[in-house]
Design a protein around this ligand. Sequence first.
Ligand code: TPP
Ligand code: DXP
Ligand code: MG
Length: 629
Amino acid sequence: MDLLSIKEPTFLKECSNKDLEDLAEEIRSFLIKNLSSTGGHLGPNLGVVELTLVLHQLFESPKDKFIWDVGHQAYVHKILTGRAGQFDKLRQYQGLCGFPKRSESIHDVWETGHSSTSLSAAMGMALARDLKGTDESVIPVIGDGALTGGMALEALNHIGHEQTDMVVILNDNEMSIAPNVGAINTMLGRMRTAGKYQRAKDDLEMLIKKIPAFGGRLAATAERVKDSLKYLLVSGMFFEELGFTYLGPVDGHDLEDLKSNITYANKTKGPVLVHVITKKGKGYAPAENDAKGTWHGLGPYKIESGEVVKKPGPPSYSGVFANTLKRIAKDDKRVVAITAAMPGGTKLDTFAAEFPDRMYDVGIAEQHATTMSAGLATQGMKPVFAVYSTFLQRGYDQLVHDVCRQNLNVFFAVDRAGLVGADGETHQGVFDISYLRHLPNMKILNPKDENELQHMIYTGVMHDDGPIAVRYPRGGGFGVKMDEELKQIPLGEWEVLKEGSDLSILTFGTMIPVAMEAAEQLEKKGINVEIVNARSIKPLDDAKLTELAKQERPVLTLEETALLGGFGSAVLEYFHENHFHSMVVERMGIPDRYIEHGSVPQLLEEIGLTSQNVASAVEQMLPRKRQRA
Ligand SMILES: Cc1ncc(C[n+]2csc(CCOP(=O)(O)OP(=O)(O)O)c2C)c(N)n1
Ligand SMILES: CC(=O)[C@@H](O)[C@H](O)COP(=O)(O)O
Ligand SMILES: [Mg+2]
């Protein structure tokens, strides 16, 4: 079948299992071929081909609602709902989103990207259904990794209590990005190997019903026998105890097993959890045999060899972070590294290789990681929580209530700070300055390159006056020379990169090269601007700001972060609070909207964070300054 001809999934109703098997093969070839050029989340999607086909055959999307947790595994769903033709632009500027997107299709009823939200959203939809008296099915699909997220457990607790009709599909492939971790994963392991519990339970109930009723005593005893047998048949009846009917383990690549169990689940009152066992990367050997998580999400690759196309270049910021932390941890025994299910992305897996007892992967549990770090700090340890900017949002109250308010020495290595590109709206790391800066006791540093990063990592570890965050972008540095000796970067001290008297551009990190280019363009017009590396976001460099104010020097702030509450806001606040009311200040940064997927250069162009725009902003400011003179 030509996948590009699919407009709606209704054709699946007429498909035999053989048709579905053929379709599964086509979909796998389509994914392997297309993603070899575009990149994307190949492993997760290869694992859910049969599951997605069965779901769309048994249910009526969008009346029946599929909620894909994280949503990185929704490519098959997108193919079956008429979007195969858009995969050549997957995760590209103005192309197909890598996650469910309600503006893309009526079949995308819930947007995801961050983990562990599906059960809560599903509960909301199910309660609305019951209040409206409609009869659609609500089917969240959550992975074993996403199940380690606290939100998922909060939702299970509530759903089980309310006994709300819902079919929860637990897609268990024993993998998060890396191999899954935690006690729940271990429990699932026991369930994965246990027999077909549900059948045994039904048979048992049938048997008990046949026992002649010699009065309640025998029946009551039989009931107790059945309940105790549960614990024999399936270890850790975690879900049943929470009020779910547990079905499983189900072979997630066997169409009949999937159909019979999901059909049974949909006919069962109350919440049902179908424990589906899948193989991540199914059907493509390099992805199937992926022990580390390389094939979870990746760039282009060579199909035949499975060789990932590596772009040569300087070391990644994440790599510099991890290497520097290893160097410090050798002598500083206080250092403990923490990740929330991102050992590979943060490169803490390399730290764990050297210090296996001093790196903790807590699962997709940023809230727990943040407060556990606070606990470690109370005991004189130096916790270093490496976390993507966007995922640290998940631990906001823990940042406020546990870390900053108690002024504890926690070091946040905020990775993927700034635009990340292909992952789009849900992953852009553009809010951390806004959500960290206003917290009393928090300090924030941002390096101009990988050499300054290594010094800031050292500064972060040595800092012993409360919490500190060092933020750095996704990808590689500039290939600058790395100093031999590590030194501390003084907080509240900026660095003049280029002298100039007409106007000062205050900027940091990835925007410095943009400012430098703008300065060159302006010099050709006889305009001489100063460029300042405002590497200390909090505290600001008060002396420098006062000097600029006394000179009544116009100031342009430039940042690859949200304008609202960002660095430019801090500068404005400073001038206002110190009554420098005549200062001319303009700010350039991320506007008050969500930035979709695309390459970072394309997104910067769309937003207007380009050297040309910086140069024209400066030119427009200067006459104003002259007017004031
Ligand atoms: C709050 C949050 N933290 C971390 C991530 C990064 N992340 C994306 S997918 C993933 C693993 C998901 O594992 P699982 O749910 O089992 O899905 P699978 O990839 O195995 O299909 C992680 C940690 C995220 N998306 N959201
Ligand atoms: C879906 C998800 O959240 C992760 O797979 C994320 O896409 C990883 O991002 P990096 O590729 O920047 O590590
Ligand atoms: Mg998984």
